[in-house]
Design a protein. Structure first.
Length: 263
């Protein structure tokens, strides 16, 4: 089912995940690919990065070793680079390769909240610098993202705090709502992933967008609105870059092993 209408004028904010919710594919992958095309990132590094990100997305695991692998992959290519230089590149890469990957349907949901005067925040595991650029380009209110440590304007390859993923998103949104004085029961949240159930369950108006199988099932069971803007719902990953094909195949194998272990 699809419920595209935004609730009538009500107080509260709207929180949107980015990858596969607002944008087709992984925003940080598109950024990494943009760096590779500018000879700032090798093809081998890109494939390793793609593998780490795909395993993390497909398994959806909260296990520390998988989260750490995703963290290391996300930070490896920024270590030693100047923050301002990478932010400038983020702007350029967004315009070149990411702007046309925004889901029109999700953009309409966002605009409905903005038109009603509600704050709209991105809440994503992608680096906060990239999240802030997406926020500015779309005219949103704010963005929460993973914060990479920098010293004297240079990335160290470490994080400030944890990866903004899973339950960490709910903690961050609860803190923001307390600071802004929002009633979470009047807030909305949108995500494609069952990993975001802590966030979706935190608000009064949760929405599933292009949901994975587990989230679709949970949303239907609990009567949550489901929005699916994909043309081919049976696809494993919509818009998966060609360079990730091998990684996807490996991740499918991992999923099969995982299912056999839990079956």
């Amino acid at each position: 089912m699809s419920h595209d209408a935004v609730p009538p004028n009500t107080p509260g904010a709207a929180f949107f995940d980015v990858d596969n919710t607002l944008m087709r594919g992984a925003s940080i992958y598109h950024f990494a690919r943009g760096l590779a095309s500018r000879d700032l990132f090798t093809t081998r590094d890109l494939m390793r990065f793609a593998w780490g990100q795909t395993v993390f997305r497909v398994t959806g695991s909260e296990q520390p070793e998988h989260i750490n692998a995703a963290r290391e992959a996300a930070l490896a290519f920024v270590a030693g680079h100047d923050v301002n230089d990478l932010v400038a590149l983020c702007e350029e890469i967004y315009d070149d390769t990411m702007a046309d990957r925004i889901w029109e349907g999700t953009r309409a949901l966002v605009q409905g909240h903005l038109d009603a005067g509600r704050p709209v925040w991105l809440v994503t595991a992608t680096p906060v610098e990239l999240a802030q650029i997406i926020r500015r380009k779309l005219g949103l209110t704010g963005a929460l993202g993973t914060e990479a440590e920098s010293i004297d304007g240079v990335y160290t390859g470490r994080l400030n705090g944890d990866l903004l993923h899973g339950s960490a998103k709910a903690v961050a949104v609860r803190s923001l709502a307390r600071k802004e004085g929002w009633d979470l029961a009047e807030c909305s949240a949108y995500s494609d992933s069952s990993n975001d159930l802590p966030l979706l369950s935190l608000v009064g108006r949760p929405h599933a967008v292009n949901p994975d199988t587990d989230l679709r099932r949970y949303a239907r069971t609990h009567g949550w609105p489901v929005h699916d803007f994909r043309r081919h719902r049976a696809a494993l990953k919509v818009g998966v870059p060609a360079a990730m094909a091998g990684a996807v195949a490996g991740a499918v194998a991992l999923r099969a092993v995982r299912q056999r272990r839990t079956g």
